[in-house]
Design a binder for this molecule. Sequence first.
Ligand SMILES: [Zn+2]
Length: 47
Amino acid sequence: MGAHNEKGGFVPPLAEKLVWQCAGCQTFNSTKVTKCKKCGADKPAKK
Ligand SMILES: [Zn+2]
């Protein structure tokens, strides 16, 4: 019985490429938009 799942991590890396989280209201927005759908804040610059 050596099987084990590797489901660690809160947010899958793939999700980070599809959405971005607003620093102001923590809302997740699609990467297709550059402003938060909730508060209108600009998408944070990519590192
Ligand atoms: Zn926001």
